[in-house]
Design a protein around this ligand. Sequence first.
Ligand SMILES: NC(=O)c1ccc[n+]([C@@H]2O[C@H](COP(=O)([O-])OP(=O)(O)OC[C@H]3O[C@@H](n4cnc5c(N)ncnc54)[C@H](O)[C@@H]3O)[C@@H](O)[C@H]2O)c1
Length: 450
Amino acid sequence: MKITIYGSGYVGLVSGACLAEVGNEVLCMDVDEAKINKLKNGEIPIYEPGLETMVKENHAAGRLNFTTDAKEACEHGLFQFIAVGTPPDEDGSADLQYVLAVAKSIAENMQEYRVIIDKSTVPVGTADKVKDVIKETLRERSKDLEFDVVSNPEFLKEGAALDDFMKPDRIVIGTDNPRTAELLKALYAPFNRSYERVIAMDIRSAELTKYAANAMLATKISFMNELANLAEKVGADIENVRHGIGSDSRIGYSFIYPGCGYGGSCFPKDVKALERSAKDHGYHAELLTAVENVNARQKHRLFEKIINHYNNDIKGKVFALWGLSFKPNTDDMRDAPSRVLLEALIDAGATVYAYDPEALQEAERIYGNKSGLTLCESPADAVKLADALVVVTEWKQFRSPDFQQLSLQLVDKVIFDGRNMYDPELLQHSGIKYYAIGRSNKLAVSVSVE
Ligand SMILES: NC(=O)c1ccc[n+]([C@@H]2O[C@H](COP(=O)([O-])OP(=O)(O)OC[C@H]3O[C@@H](n4cnc5c(N)ncnc54)[C@H](O)[C@@H]3O)[C@@H](O)[C@H]2O)c1
């Protein structure tokens, strides 16, 4: 099948590569010329495990191509996917300017029937807006062409995006035309072989499903963070509590890890956009406001612990920071907790030596030569001159460091762990003072520097 995808970011590029992988002819269109040139030269602008090989192989096989030409893009595919960004506007609502720009560009270039598929995360009612833009533009061109607009939200996770796309939990298709639903089912058939994953529904429900999924996941995280803070107050260990509740099949173990807050390109903006959308419809979504507030507070927890440990004075202190990406296996630093922390440390007069396995380039792009920040090539380089270590992202390679070595290197022999990766008892034996999230039980507080 012939497919055009507008937007070659995390979603567009992964979708394009996976759709090409199963034999389709895919053309990825992006307005970012530098990005398209890179892709044409075999350079992958983002880090996503397995993506580079898949893009290169499909490009070499002629099934995956790249363009900045809107006319060529519209001519190519019966299926026109919109996978551009929907960043938060000033009032928290999703900014639809990029989605609507693509809709307009399709309508300006359309010569025959097209299925326009919205894969970007957009508020309820966006498909109607896309339809209106297309109708209006066709009217201006005095063209009477048939088209359909479908909502097909994407649920992939950065870090496991290829797997998620190739073996999705579900494929949500929102359409008001049964014939289009059949077309989409045929398009997704290669990803749907072991059991029926397509869930067809009306457009508005499909649009809301995506926000509902992300808001539910964000709620789980904020709930655990709220409980972690309470555990510290009452002298409990949140890790014991997590085991205790996760074993209940109605709750389950997944996504109930306490930490230093959620980040990334989706949860923060989607919770905000859903809250805003509720407000626009005269409804105050109290739970969503709380989820967001708890998360904003949680992003400061590590800093609070650090500043408390040092009696409010960290001027001149040197911190090694492990993990810059908002989660492991990605280079994405959008809304990452690491940014809140490193900026707070530097503002308070400290110096940060940061390391991340994949996000160094992104950190350099964001911070340039920010004074007080040094980007390091290895975890060992980051701790060389450090007074203390802070772990922000739970990359696998941080799971089992040499604590004896660390206790010799870290001048103040202290680790602040935003992901509860380590065993407090082990650190106690290594003579390292250990702060984690929600673990202020007897054992954790008795860990001493001596
Ligand atoms: N990143 C994720 O994990 C994820 C998962 C599910 C859904 N989503 C949603 O998918 C959408 C895209 O997210 P992303 O992370 O891939 O964004 P991104 O910022 O990585 O990529 C967006 C791309 O769109 C391009 N673009 C902007 N305007 C364009 C236009 N008029 N024509 C063609 N290209 C244009 C940009 O240059 C950029 O390359 C968002 O709505 C997001 O919420 C993201």
